[in-house]
Design a protein around this ligand. Structure first.
Ligand SMILES: C[S@@+](CC[C@H](N)C(=O)[O-])C[C@H]1O[C@@H](n2cnc3c(N)ncnc32)[C@H](O)[C@@H]1O
Length: 256
């Protein structure tokens, strides 16, 4: 419940914080990730930890019949529902409150399950993955990313800067692969997105540096410096591969 309260508290600012703090990486990642599912043409999609629904909206590009988005935070869902109504997506995208560790769906229901910027907020990823496995149809696919894989020595200051908002779990390399296998999945693809994340953080930091005076007038000195530190930390950690980002595509085995 600690996680739900945290996201309830920031839900009003989430879209801004997300696009801003993740430097637009979130938008690019969603677009690129959804393409990984295009070949499998999923008709029924579940977006776990949907938050304000941005990944569910991106999944419309796959032309599914139905997308269900679930989240434990009422606050995030309220913002999401307002967005679906305003954009007229309500007939395809349905948002509801549910915990990833106890999904209110029968088994073998969905063709694809997607999780964007969510798995490292789960209190129990192992339980979440086994629930996702249960509700996927045979041959159904799971797609998620993890930007908090530890690749080397990281100081407590760097960890604090990188996890500026909220509850996060950092994991060692190969842990997600192990958890996917334990849940019963067959890993199809792991893409290393570390260099990409580093480049974007670097470009963003430099662009902000060039406009420092104007930004300080808007954000204040302290916020400006805080965000520059955040970006520099990501850039350094990614560049030195002490923090890694990967995208995972895995499949529930078929019945034959
Ligand atoms: C960083 S946000 C990502 C939201 C969205 N997927 C996006 O792309 O913007 C993480 C979300 O995970 C949700 N969450 C965390 N633990 C969860 C759980 N056990 N079950 C369902 N949602 C959960 C939070 O409430 C929050 O909305």
């Amino acid at each position: 419940m600690q996680v739900a309260k945290m996201f309830d508290a920031i839900s009003g600012k989430y879209d801004f914080l997300n696009h801003f703090l993740s430097l637009g990486i979130d938008i690019r990642w969603r677009k690129k990730a959804i393409r990984l599912l295009a070949n499998s043409k999923p008709k029924f999609i579940l977006d776990v930890a949907t938050g304000t629904g941005d990944f569910a909206i991106e999944a419309l590009k796959l032309h599914p019949e139905k997308i269900v988005g679930v989240d434990i935070s009422e606050g995030m869902l309220e913002i999401g529902k307002g967005k679906m109504k305003a954009k007229n997506y309500e007939s395809v995208i349905e948002l509801m409150r549910a915990d990833s560790e106890n999904l209110p769906f029968e088994e073998n229901k969905f063709d694809a399950v997607i999780v964007a910027f969510g798995v490292r907020n789960f209190e129990n990823l192992e339980k979440g993955l086994s629930e996702i496995f249960r509700v996927l149809k045979p041959n159904g696919r799971i797609l998620f990313s993890d930007a908090l894989i530890i690749g080397g020595i990281v100081s407590h200051d760097e960890i604090a800067a990188r996890s500026a908002i909220g509850y996060y779990l950092f994991s060692p390399p190969a842990e997600n692969e192990r958890l996917l296998e334990t849940a019963g999945f067959r890993l199809l693809q792991v893409c290393d997105a570390t260099a990409n994340a580093q480049r974007i953080a670097g470009r963003w930091r430099e662009a902000r540096c060039k406009r420092a005076a104007a930004l300080i007038a808007i954000e204040g000195q302290e916020n400006f410096e805080g965000l520059q530190r955040f970006l520099a930390t990501i850039e350094t950690l990614n560049k030195e591969r002490r923090l890694l980002r990967s995208v995972y595509l895995a499949q529930k085995p078929g019945t034959n």
